[in-house]
Design a protein around this ligand. Structure first.
Ligand code: ATP
Length: 245
């Protein structure tokens, strides 16, 4: 069997040496798959993503036990630029884009680690094919885009390095239902282009629709996991996360 692309084992995270946000979390993302992590406010979803993207330190968090391995490598022994080169890229929550730069300049900023001009050109082509609206608006400043378009730009920027694994933090946050659908479809297309996705989502319906497997996080622990079809058919998940009884 192939090693998983991402393997998180018995992970514990503590903030400010006191608040335990994750307790014994284990999770896998296989190559060529979309995995969703569902859970309500404060469950620990963002913390989990921070542990993978190594941004815990900046907010007072530390991994107190367990491990995060990407493509067989222990991330604790690697630096941030290694992760990007190895194909691990995050789209931040809150769609942080450069508001004063054009769409094209934003995308170029995402591809600075891509040295070869031809590879960079094909990255632009791939992103513009995925998000035709970004091609139309390539000369417009990022700050003038709508919320949904800014989300697409943030995703497009992360895809400029053709990552193996894309980390997505609540891409549906604050978007109208129709746009949520569209973002969901785009995740399917990103997967079809060969990028695996770890999707953190409060919108369980969307998360389960676009993923192969899913995990439910509650107060820092995984309380359910399985194929997304299985989970969507579970009474407890239907009652508590999908709003159908
Ligand atoms: P949300 O959807 O609201 O972001 P979440 O599932 O992503 O929720 P986290 O943000 O990971 O949850 O929070 C998990 C727990 O860790 C919560 O109890 C939260 O208060 C705490 N926490 C998160 N960030 C910090 C921090 N920087 N310092 C201290 N405690 C924190």
């Amino acid at each position: 069997m192939r090693d998983p692309l991402l393997a998180i084992d018995d992970l514990e995270v503590v903030y400010d040496g006191a608040v335990q946000a994750l307790r014994g979390v284990s999770l896998r993302v296989d190559a060529d798959s979309v995995v969703a992590v569902l859970g309500s406010n404060g469950a620990g979803k963002t913390t989990l993503l921070r542990a993978v993207s190594r941004s815990l330190g900046a907010v007072g968090g530390t991994i107190s036990a367990g491990s995060v391995r990407f493509d067989g490598h222990d991330l604790a022994r690697r630096d941030a630029s290694w992760a990007v080169r190895a194909g691990l890229v995050q789209v931040p929550e809150g769609r942080r884009i450069f508001r004063d730069l054009t769409v094209e300049e934003n995308l170029r900023a995402g591809g600075t680690t891509v040295r070869d001009a031809r590879t960079r050109k094909s990255a632009f082509e791939r992103v513009y094919e995925l998000f035709p609206i970004l091609a139309e608006r390539r000369q417009q400043r990022g700050g003038l885009l709508s919320g949904g378009q800014q989300q697409m730009l943030a995703m497009g920027r992360a895809l400029m390095t053709a990552p193996k694994l894309l980390l997505l933090d609540e891409p549906s946050l604050g978007l109208a239902p129709q746009l949520v659908e569209q973002i969901g479809d785009l995740i399917g297309q990103i997967h079809a282009q060969g990028t695996s996705v770890l999707l953190i989502e409060q919108n369980a319906a969307m998360g389960l629709r676009v993923s192969d497997r899913a995990y439910v996080l509650e107060v820092g622990r995984i309380t359910a996991e399985g194929t997304s079809t299985e989970l969507a058919a579970t009474d407890d998940i239907r009652d508590r996360y999908l709003g159908v009884g």
